[in-house]
Structure formats: structure tokens, C-alpha cells
Design a protein around this ligand. Structure first.
Ligand SMILES: [Mg+2]
Length: 193
């Protein structure tokens, strides 16, 4: 009887651990934004895409690829709306990227807080949460924030390894979570990296 009790407790602990990890799991993963097939967004019924900026759209020098610009243009032509949701404190950079890509922005978003997500999504009352996708390169800000807010999430690989110290510290823990994520059979099909 005693053993059975212990096993049950271990089982409970495992369950808790798994459910905690799930908070950080993206629905999809891709190498980069421009690799995401527009057909997939259409198939999933995505109407609004929120995008992280640093290391998702631009590299550490503030540059983005021509392909990304083209991808956004094509998606917009298909009726998909975009918004940059960035934790950046540099309005100058966010403003420039927003202008060049023709996308509105919200900066100092404090992801994973739900506040920034809510502020942006309140501008689109006609769009349901299941029709909104957050794209970002960080599990603890973009993906966790999106999951907490109840929207869809997609992880891309960071553009370059150079990043702020706070992000750097989190990467080894992210790797552990991602290893668990990639091990799950149901995620294999949705992982393109
Ligand atoms: Mg980022």
C-alpha cells in the first residue's frame, strides 16, 4: 500500500512537470519567418500575425532580408494583418522597421505579460484569439506570452547568436525545454527546424 502511494505521488509530480513545460511549447517551429508557407496560415485560419522584432525580423545590426519583406507583402495581399509586438526600448528602431515593412508596432511590450498582447488585439475586436498567431524567437517571452494570452504560437530560430545578456542566460534552459518538445511525437510534423 505504501509503495502504491509513493508511485501515485511520483505520477502526480510528472504530470505537473509536463503541464508546466507545455506552457512554453510553440504550436509550430520554423527556421525563419519567410519559410512559413502562407498556405499554412490560410489553412489555420490566421487573420492577424503578431511579430517579435529583435532576432525574429532583424539581426543585431537592425537589418532584415529582402525575402522577409516580400513574404509580408504577399501575406498582406492575402488579407493577413500584421503587428510588431516588441520588448525593445528603442522606439527609433521599431519605428523604422514598422515604416519600412508597412506594419504597425507596439514597443516596450513587457512580454510575457499579457498587457501588450491585449492592447494590440483590442484594436481588432472582429478577430478571435484562435485566429491570431504570435511569431518569435524566444520561449520565455514570445511563446509563453502568446500561450498565456491564449493565442497561437510559432517559434523561429534566432537570426544571430549576438544578443543581450538577459536573453543569453535563458538560452540553455530554452534548449532543455525544446529537447522535450522535439521528443514529442505529435510535434515532429510541426517542426521544420
Ligand atoms: Mg526576439
Amino acid at each position: 500500500m505504501e509503495n502504491k502511494g509513493n508511485n501515485e505521488i511520483i505520477g502526480e509530480k510528472k504530470k505537473v512537470k509536463k503541464s508546466i513545460l507545455k506552457n512554453f511549447y510553440p504550436e509550430y517551429t520554423f527556421e525563419k519567418v519567410e519559410d512559413i508557407p502562407l498556405e499554412l496560415l490560410h489553412k489555420e485560419g490566421i487573420k492577424l500575425v503578431l511579430m517579435d522584432m529583435d532576432n525574429t525580423l532583424i539581426d543585431c545590426k537592425g537589418n532584415y532580408s529582402k525575402d522577409l519583406r516580400k513574404w509580408i507583402k504577399n501575406a498582406k495581399a492575402k488579407g493577413i494583418k500584421f503587428y510588431i509586438l516588441s520588448n525593445s526600448f528603442s522606439e527609433k528602431t521599431v519605428k523604422r522597421i514598422s515604416k519600412e515593412l508597412g506594419v504597425q508596432y507596439f514597443y516596450k511590450a513587457s512580454k510575457p505579460s499579457r498587457k501588450g498582447f491585449r492592447k494590440v488585439c483590442d484594436n481588432f475586436p472582429e478577430i478571435n484569439k484562435c485566429e491570431i498567431l504570435m511569431i518569435g524567437d524566444q520561449l520565455f517571452t514570445d511563446i509563453w506570452g502568446g500561450n498565456r494570452f491564449g493565442i497561437r504560437t510559432l517559434l523561429v530560430k534566432r537570426i544571430n547568436k549576438k544578443e543581450v545578456i538577459v536573453s543569453k542566460i535563458k538560452r540553455p534552459v530554452e534548449r532543455i525545454i525544446l529537447n522535450h518538445y522535439y521528443k514529442k511525437e505529435e510535434n515532429v510534423e510541426k517542426c521544420k527546424v
